[in-house]
Design a protein around this ligand. Structure first.
Ligand SMILES: [Mn+2]
Length: 363
């Protein structure tokens, strides 16, 4: 009887397939998570609480439920070394330098071990450390910056002096000559070519950021491009430009303000007209499918912005993005088993709930 059912099932599989090209097995990849409760790259309180808020909401368990083996390495701490050499228009540079050096070391260690390194920010300055650490571990990398902003200001062009608007300019080799000497930042060398950096989701650029993008022909795709091409075609074009031979290690730096404020309201610098969660998940799933994703940053979630409902909405968006980065697919994943479970054949003497009458004693 059972074998007949198996044959029927196999016939159905042959006839209908089980998911076609999107057929995805459970992932069993190792993931290493760090929290960086750092908020000094901008001025709003609260973004430093994000890592623990996300943990409290169970995002680590959600990543495990995808099938990954997740190790939580806790939060990064740093020793603040007072430095009197201030750099003009760079607020809290001494804190950023000290914290990101520790972040870089930890990310280098996790990526070198072959684990997918997931960093929970913190503001976007944490990516100075994560990208540096990833680069030191892998050498060559392509960086996908998903953000409403280009974060491409130098201290000479920034309107605010907030360093969370400068990380890409600190990371890009081509911009090295546009920086003064930065005390405390000797551990960080801008080694990534700006041509290996791609943007998606842009919709709020400063004039000098626009100039920089044009000057070096950066693969910068704004919301207008997402509308015109679709998110996946935009991503395909970006990947062809930042990693034409498809051999580089991929770093995904995901700013939650890339999402529309309707999807992720609890963030410090929201800009309307952003990515839908549907588009963002398609992007992250596609990046994950490349098989070369080595590091993911999730930054700029600020639990102190908005009310409880805003916070819950944003947490759920973060959870979805992290699950997608860990291999969760909305098309479904196959179980570890090869087949559906067969019904258990009833045992010949089923255990009875009522005690069987004891044999009558013959006296
Ligand atoms: Mn950003």
């Amino acid at each position: 009887m059972a074998s007949v059912k198996v044959i029927h099932l196999l016939q159905n599989v042959a006839a209908r397939g089980v998911g076609g090209a999107k057929n995805v097995r459970h992932f069993h990849q190792k993931v290493g998570v760090i929290g960086v409760p750092f908020d000094k790259g901008q001025v709003k309180e609260g973004v430093g609480q994000a890592p623990d808020e996300l943990r409290r909401a169970g995002v680590i368990e959600s990543m495990r439920a995808v099938g990954c083996e997740v190790t939580d390495y806790g939060n990064i701490t740093y020793e603040f070394k007072q430095d009197n050499k201030k750099v003009s228009n760079m607020i809290h540079l001494e804190h950023i330098a000290a914290c990101q050096e520790e972040v870089s070391k930890k990310v280098q260690e996790i990526v070198s071990r072959g684990e997918l390194c997931v960093t929970l920010g913190g503001d976007h300055t944490v990516s100075i450390g994560t990208v540096d650490g990833h680069q030191k571990a892998k050498g060559d990398l392509a960086l996908l910056w998903v953000d409403a902003h280009a974060d491409l200001n130098t201290n000479a062009t920034s309107p605010s002096g907030n360093v969370h608007g400068m990380p890409v300019a600190l990371l890009a080799r081509e911009l090295a000559d546009y920086w003064p000497y930065l005390p405390g930042m000797d551990w960080q060398m801008p080694r990534i070519s700006i041509r290996n950096i791609g943007y998606i989701g842009l919709r709020d650029l400063d004039a000098y950021e626009r100039l920089t993008i044009d000057k070096w022909g950066v693969a910068a795709y704004g919301m207008d491009d997402v509308l015109r091409l679709g998110a996946l075609e935009a991503l395909r074009q970006i990947r062809r430009r930042i990693d034409p031979r498809q051999r580089r290690s991929l770093h995904l730096s995901f700013d939650v303000d890339s999402l529309d404020p309707l999807e992720a309201p609890s963030t410090g610098t929201p800009v309307r007209g952003g990515l839908s969660l549907r588009e963002a998940l398609a992007l992250v799933e596609e990046v994950r499918r490349s098989g070369r994703l080595a590091a993911v940053d999730l930054v700029e979630f600020n639990p102190a912005v908005g009310d409880a409902r805003d916070r819950a909405t944003t947490v759920e968006a973060c959870r979805s993005v992290l699950r997608a980065a860990c291999g969760h697919s909305r098309s479904g994943a196959l179980p570890p088993d090869e087949d559906l479970p067969l019904p258990r054949t009833p045992s010949p003497n089923p255990p009875s709930l009522t005690p069987s009458p004891s044999p009558k004693k013959t006296s």
